[in-house]
Design a protein. Structure first.
Lengths: 436, 297
């Protein structure tokens, strides 16, 4: 019976809801726990739910309990939009949405603005959505792809002894042949022009389970570094093929979607010495201990495999949960403590986040993530990243401090791109000086 | 020249890996005229079951043995529950049934073993052969060479099975005409059960090798996509055709990616084999070794 139940859950794209009432703050979760990206989805959404459960176990947000409902998207954009439409009016109305999928996020950009429901896209989606004047309901919180790409170049420059030392170097951008893989092109191209390194772009067709020809080209080009902008099976395949072609993994630097346990464990020894970007510092934190103590000990933990608590995806989910709850808390400060917030009110909360070190310390997450301060102009709020290295057993932080690239250059690119989008869509950008 | 050789050899070795998946399709099509859409799912199921058993503390060989049993049971159940009620139905009906089977097998695998990505270590190092690297500066993977040897052995075994054994001849008779085979006393259900079990075995070998190469994860189901142009080229009913088709596809996609790709933006090896197969279809629709269909009009 238990088996049949499990099979139904896996195969029937089930929805799981926590009992809700009109007095609870509702958060729809467009999750994916089956299909090709289930490992990432289960870890991330497991982390979100664990954090929300912790808040509920501690009495909610000023007494307001959080409620959520999952809808299985299988990372499919069409299904994601369907899930959003189905859940946006449930349980008294959605107060925010987090799809963890660039495809779904693109499908929802216009809808969330129309429905007045804020959408968070932590570390993915449109980089130019950081311009809150054009994208009032989208929040690419913490660090966008563009800032991450700038952070990568900064890290490589630091490794070489300064930006000027990158002159004459060869850097391969090995990317998933999709909008995701092409997103950092403008940043890398601008840096290549500015710093004088050679940028070699090599596309890997989806899904990326065969890369011999790309790696033979890399072997021939003899680059100084390979930036791996991969997703799913493309990542372990890249690491294995690099080993097969004798390319040192120490010279590879991955995007954060190529930097979780799920990408290095299947690659075995081939992953040793490989580094990737991250916006969480690997390690244990009082907050994770609290989750284990108050949520898992009470049998309410979401991760079936408890060894994944504190893994890269799980910690990223907890981080997303922190952002959600802090936005609700901030909104309550303005619109009334102990009240259920509307989507519009939570949007204001997201736009006025100030998660500083003192707040992170109070949450038990100091050092786990960078500080975040958002505004009407800046929906990203940080731009900081870290580099982590896989030692064969665990991720270890390489950079002790948070790394940021040329934020002024990135901001200029964000504003130009957002202005172009606004012109195409006939959006009148908000005047931030008038926002309260 | 050295680089060209390196690309060519790399392509041929990748091609053998595609052939391994294509073999499973050929087996079932040859014996039942069914294009088994679920072959990729069977590869995933087999690899996930093996690695799941290994992770639960079993030795690799025992896990492989038990997975083989599981694949045979899956084959027998498929024959009994899915195919038997559809005997003598149109081919498209059988094809649609295998699409349903795909989703079921994928869901079943994840329900039993979870959706986590896992590593599979077969004890074969995936590193370049040092002597070749030092003497000719050509990187050829030791793993790929061994995988090619396994694939070659499998092809020889299957070729003997089909041409020299009574069951093999019966399989071919069933493939030609279900009803005619039944009328001369060939037990159709029995034959189908055998062929699905053998296809399960081929899926297991493909799953182990691909799983060890890239990790055991849902994307293993996508390796089936690499087998389709191989089948078009080699013919749906020929075991040697699957191998030759794989070699041609593997070599041509790598050469195209390296020598044509940079001029058209790169990333062409995803679609290039399909274009090649399409062009080939225009000239020789039955494939290199496929049976030529002669119709009386």
């Amino acid at each position: 019976m238990k088996f049949i139940k499990k099979a139904l859950v896996a195969a029937a794209f089930a929805t799981a809801a926590v009992s809700a009432s009109a007095q609870e703050q509702f958060i729809p979760l467009l999750s994916y726990r089956v299909g090709p990206y289930a490992d990432g989805g289960s870890g991330f959404f497991g982390g979100v739910i664990d954090y929300l459960s912790l808040i509920n176990a501690s009495g909610g947000v000023n007494g307001v309990k959080l409620t959520w409902e999952e809808c299985e998207t299988e990372y499919n954009a069409t299904r994601g939009v369907e899930c959003y439409e189905r859940l946006k009016k449930s349980h008294g109305g959605a107060s925010m949405v987090e799809p963890l999928s660039t495809g779904i996020a693109y499908g929802l950009i216009d809808r969330v603005a129309q429905d007045k429901i804020p959408m968070t896209t932590l570390g993915y989606g449109r980089s130019d959505a950081a311009d809150g004047r054009v994208f009032p309901y989208v929040f690419p919180l913490i660090t966008s792809y563009w800032d991450q790409a700038a952070g990568m170049i900064k890290y490589l420059a630091d490794k070489e002894g300064g930006f000027d030392k990158l002159k004459g170097k060869k850097i391969v951008h090995l990317y998933h042949d999709s909008a995701f893989g092409k997103e950092p092109f403008p940043v890398f191209e601008a840096y290549a022009k500015q710093l004088g390194f050679e940028l070699i772009k090599l596309a890997v067709p989806h899904p990326g389970n065969e890369q011999q020809s790309q790696w033979l080209q890399i072997r021939q080009a003899k680059p100084d570094y390979v930036i791996l902008w991969g997703w799913g099976v493309m990542n372990p395949t890249a690491l294995k093929t690099a080993q097969r072609n004798g390319f040192p993994r120490e010279k590879m630097l991955g995007v954060w979607w190529a930097g979780s346990e799920e990408h290095v464990i299947p690659a075995g020894d081939a992953a040793k010495g490989y580094s990737s970007m991250t916006f969480n510092t690997p390690g244990n934190y009082p907050l994770l201990d609290e989750i284990k103590k108050k949520v898992y000990a009470a049998g309410k933990g979401n991760m079936e495999d408890k060894s994944r608590i504190g893994s890269v995806y799980h910690m990223r989910g907890v981080t997303a949960g922190i952002m959600m709850v802090e936005a609700i808390r901030k909104a309550q400060d303005k619109y009334g403590k102990g009240k259920v917030m509307s989507g519009e009110q939570v949007r204001w909360g997201f736009e006025n986040l100030n998660v500083d070190e003192a707040r992170l310390k109070a949450l038990g997450a100091l050092g786990m993530m960078p500080t975040v301060k958002t505004s009407c102009l800046d929906h990203e709020g940080s731009g900081a990243v870290k580099v982590q290295r896989w030692d064969g057993k665990a991720w270890k932080a390489v950079t002790p401090n948070w790394v940021t690239g040329d934020r002024a250059m990135i901001r200029k690119m964000v504003e130009e791109s957002a202005a172009k989008y606004a012109a195409e869509k006939k959006i009148a950008p908000r005047d931030c000086s008038k926002e309260g | 020249m050295q680089f060209f050789l390196e690309v060519l050899i790399g392509g041929l070795l990748s091609g053998i890996m595609y052939s391994l998946v294509a073999l499973g399709f050929v087996l079932i099509y040859k014996a039942s005229g069914v294009f088994n859409f679920a072959q990729g799912a069977m590869v995933y199921f087999a690899a996930l079951t093996t690695v799941g058993l290994v992770d639960s503390g079993m030795s690799l060989w025992l896990a492989i043995l038990l997975t083989m049993v599981a694949m045979v049971v899956l084959g027998l159940l498929t024959e009994k529950i899915v195919l038997r009620p559809l005997v003598a139905q149109h081919e498209i009906t059988l094809f649609m049934a295998t699409i349903g089977l795909t989703f079921f097998v994928e869901g079943l695998a994840q329900a039993i073993w979870g959706a986590n990505v896992r590593a599979l270590d077969l004890g074969i190092e995936d590193v370049p052969l040092e002597w070749l690297l030092e003497s000719a500066n050509i990187a050829v993977s030791q793993f790929d060479l061994i995988a090619s040897g396994i694939a070659a052995a499998l092809v020889i075994l299957l070729a003997i099975f089909f041409s020299k054994t009574k069951i093999g001849r019966a399989l071919r008779a069933v493939a030609d005409d279900h009803q005619a085979a039944l009328s001369i006393g060939i037990p159709l259900q029995h034959i189908w059960a055998i062929v699905w079990a053998v296809a399960g075995f081929v899926a297991l070998v493909a799953g182990l090798l691909w799983g060890a190469r890239n990790g055991v994860q849902f994307a293993l189901t996508f390796v089936a996509l690499k087998a389709l142009p191989v089948l078009i080229l080699g013919g749906f009913t020929s075991v040697p055709g699957a191998i030759l088709g794989g070699l041609i596809i593997g070599a041509s996609e790598k050469l195209a990616e390296v020598y044509i790709g940079p001029h058209v933006g790169g990333g062409i090896e995803g679609w290039f084999p399909y274009v090649l197969a399409l062009l080939f279809l225009l000239v020789r629709p039955e494939g290199l070794f496929g049976e030529k269909i002669i119709r009386r009009i």
